[in-house]
Design a protein around this ligand. Structure first.
Ligand code: RIB
Length: 314
């Protein structure tokens, strides 16, 4: 099967991760168990996830001219990702995410965007040649909205399908959603985008309908351990995720989206791609960190095979 060519445009951060038995309440101090500094950022994580899932990946981002930025760049290059359009901002620092993770794998995250906030439409134009050689474009919302909108429009002009992972959650202008190949909100993001919380399959379908009425071609609502609802103009189906023990849910959505883009760029069916992405997300939550936890294609396929073999014959 040929390799997908994926263009990821988005953020790069360094994650400062504290693991603690419990997450503190406001005003409370808790004693934590460990600290680590690891590469992160939704854009960079998704680029790495796509590369580890077998895609040829180009990444467009903005980092600081500091040690965090240099480390992030080295990690991306070590993954074989094309970083020709990852620019160093002369003034702003690299993005930072302060992350607390508890023993159940739940997290709270605060991001200081730094140079990510200066990723501009001009920088996207400078990378415009990339749109001529990719099969899919993957965007998120950790960079300025006008830049995301500009990138989506450029992709549409070039006939490149766009996946928008609308994270972190925020309301979006109709002109961004209209004409997107796919949006992939989680439960919270779905609530903010549609006003409907996807607590049941029925409400998830209703929320997907709202997004499709807004001009999105396909919708995948990720529902954590429950899997994902895939809605197209022909069907709305639940695609279950394999059961795993979660250690850290940071970056699970990024694992899902990167793997999805890699699978779709290889022209798999949407349903098969969601299954592949569910398995990638499930593997990612069994390990600590965002990029550090992202699985490789062979592991994802092994989980898919193991699950198939453990199912009773029909
Ligand atoms: O999606 C997880 C990511 O969100 C982390 O790596 C952190 O950097 C924040 O951007």
């Amino acid at each position: 099967m040929s390799q997908a060519r994926v263009l990821v445009i988005g953020s790069s951060n360094t994650d400062l991760i504290v693991q603690s038995p419990n997450l503190p309440s406001p005003g409370q101090t808790v004693m934590a168990s460990s600290f680590s500094s690891l590469p992160g950022g939704k854009g960079a994580n998704q680029a790495v996830a796509a590369a580890r899932s077998g895609a040829i990946v180009s990444f467009v981002a903005r980092i600081g001219s500091d040690a965090y930025g240099s480390q992030a760049l080295c990690r991306l290059e070590a993954e074989g990702i094309d970083t020709n359009f990852v620019m160093k901002d002369p003034d702003l620092p690299s993005g930072i995410a302060s992350i607390l993770v508890d023993d159940t794998g739940e997290n709270v995250i605060a991001v200081v965007p730094g140079a990510n906030a200066a990723l501009s439409p001009v920088q996207i134009d400078a990378a415009g040649s990339l749109f001529e050689r990719v099969s899919i474009c993957l965007l998120q919302l950790e960079t300025p909205l006008p830049t995301v909108l500009h990138a989506a429009n450029l992709a549409k002009e070039h006939g490149v399908p766009v996946i928008l992972n609308p994270a972190p959650a925020r309301k979006l202008p109709p002109q961004l959603l209209s004409g997107l190949f796919l949006v992939t909100p989680n439960e919270t993001e779905t609530g903010i985008l549609t006003g409907i919380l996807p607590e049941t399959e029925k409400t998830a379908r209703q929320a997907a309908d709202v997004l499709m009425d807004g001009g999105v071609n396909n919708v995948i609502i990720t529902l954590g351990a429950r899997g994902a609802l895939l809605a197209t103009d022909r069907e709305a189906v639940m695609v279950p995720a394999p059961a795993v023990v979660a250690r850290d849910t940071t970056g699970a959505g990024d694992a899902f989206n990167g793997a999805l883009a890699a699978a779709l760029g290889r022209m798999r069916s949407l349903r098969d791609a969601v299954d592949f992405a569910n398995c990638a997300g499930a593997l990612a939550v069994t390990r600590v960190g965002a990029q550090a936890a992202l699985p490789r294609e062979a592991e994802i396929r092994a989980l898919m095979d193991a699950r198939t073999q453990s199912q009773p014959p029909r």
